[in-house]
Design a protein around this ligand. Structure first.
Ligand code: GLU
Length: 343
């Protein structure tokens, strides 16, 4: 898309569109902030439109006030967007329609297996995201969602049938990916028992409708992509499959992705402790390949941290191909600036 072939003033190329899609299940931490900043820099450098979408479907995990805080944190770092925020919680009718379409065509089916049963019958130990690979026990078992409910007395989830499905694509950062979805991931959930659409489904419906052509996100979602590509194809949206760029994550000393167990790395925490946006950006700039390293001087280099001035300098090829380490010394470096100001 957007290669300019056959375009003229009468038939201009549609704009490239990306999205920042935070989940308000917690506050923005340094790891998410880095991914969003790379997405923002790439978009501004390439002339893509930016949509802000709040992914607030995960009812029990969504925290009150977190969406407003996320937006505030993004602005504090200097990021902006051209459209939104759009809230997924306001778009349930669109998701329902897609789920109905997949059920009606037989591409999806109701499943009444409990989580425990799935664990026991799983054909492979676990998909990479930790979910058991569901072997399709309920495929073709019920004539309808209502029948599944009546016969089992349970509220069925809806699963996408991955029988024989293989997907390959070339990721803009991670390179070529090929997957036998049935064997590696299994039939995945597109709607929960209470009818809530699952992330995989909602994201495809939203990205397709918004005309998103470029997806930039953490590589913890790399194995979501084959599932999403299958949904695009099956919903008749194959022409809308975006380009994907999956970035290695920021990890703690234990090699696991940055999370609560590594201490408080939320931007709100540093803000509360008087750490300036430019100090945080100095670190993020280094993590985005803008600067080579954070300077040894505990006071930092201060100054060149206006992200609009980084747009021309940003290159995806300078972003580290390996995971980025956050450890005690990174935290100390951030907080040190406030101590040296006080002295
Ligand atoms: N909301 C997801 C997250 O915060 C991102 C989803 C996506 O980029 O597709 O991890």
């Amino acid at each position: 898309m957007g290669n300019g072939v056959g375009n003229s003033v009468f038939n201009p190329a549609p704009p490239e569109v990306t999205r920042l899609a935070p989940s308000p299940t917690g506050a923005l931490h340094l790891g998410n902030a880095r991914t969003f900043l790379i997405n923002w820099l790439l978009a501004r450098r390439s002339g893509w439109r930016i949509l802000l979408r709040i992914e607030d479907l995960d009812g029990p995990r969504v925290k009150k006030g977190a969406a407003a805080e996320l937006i505030d944190d993004l602005r504090w770092l200097g990021m902006d967007w051209d459209e939104g925020p759009i809230y997924q919680s306001g778009r349930r009718a669109a998701y329902r329609k897609a789920i109905e379409q997949l059920l009606a065509s037989g591409a999806a089916y109701p499943c009444v297996c409990t989580r425990g049963e799935v664990e026991r019958i799983a054909s492979a130990p676990h998909a990479e995201d930790g979910a058991a690979v569901y072997p399709g026990t309920c495929r073709g078992r019920f004539a309808s969602v209502e029948a599944a409910q009546a016969l089992s007395g349970r509220s069925p989830v809806i699963r996408f049938n991955t029988a024989g499905q293989r997907v390959s694509f070339v990721d803009g950062f991670a390179g070529a990916v090929a997957m036998d979805v049935e064997r590696s991931l299994g039939d995945f959930v597109i709607a929960k028992g209470d009818g809530t659409p699952a992330y995989q489904l909602a994201v495809v419906v939203d990205d397709a409708e918004a005309g998103v052509t470029q997806v930039v996100r953490g590589d913890d979602l790399l194995d979501s992509t084959p599932r999403q590509i299958l949904l695009y194809r099956t919903l008749g949206l194959a022409m809308k499959i975006p380009a994907y760029h999956h970035l290695p994550l920021v990890v703690g000393e234990d090699g696991r992705r940055l999370a609560k167990r590594h201490g408080d790395t939320r931007l709100s925490y540093y803000r509360r402790h008087g750490v300036s946006a430019s100090r945080v950006l100095e670190l993020l700039g280094c993590w985005c390949g803008i600067t080579d390293a954070i300077v040894a001087d505990p006071r930092g280099s201060e100054g060149d941290t206006e992200i609009s001035r980084w747009i021309d300098r940003f290159k995806l090829t300078r972003v580290s191909r390996s995971q980025v380490l956050f450890d005690g010394s990174t935290d100390a470096w951030l907080v040190q600036s406030t101590n040296s100001q006080k002295e």
